[in-house]
Design a protein around this ligand. Sequence first.
Ligand SMILES: [Zn+2]
Length: 84
Amino acid sequence: MKRSRLRRTMKKLLAVTLFLLLFGPYAISAEFWASKKSNKYHYPDCEWAQKINPANLIKFKSPEDAIKAGYIPCKVCKPPVASK
Ligand SMILES: [Zn+2]
């Protein structure tokens, strides 16, 4: 009984690991958020990014895109200025 439960747990763990391996890079390569009302761009999880009104939210795929659009990196979350 105990053994089969363990195996099920292992299977679940394996599935989660596989999922992370497959989709992790996409989640990490994320995006950067900026507000039409400011000139800074943020990591999406930055406290200031969270405060951006959805109506004013702009999303950039890379820091270069944000900089090209005239935005500068936030001093709180310190997003990169160039993608690697
Ligand atoms: Zn920020």
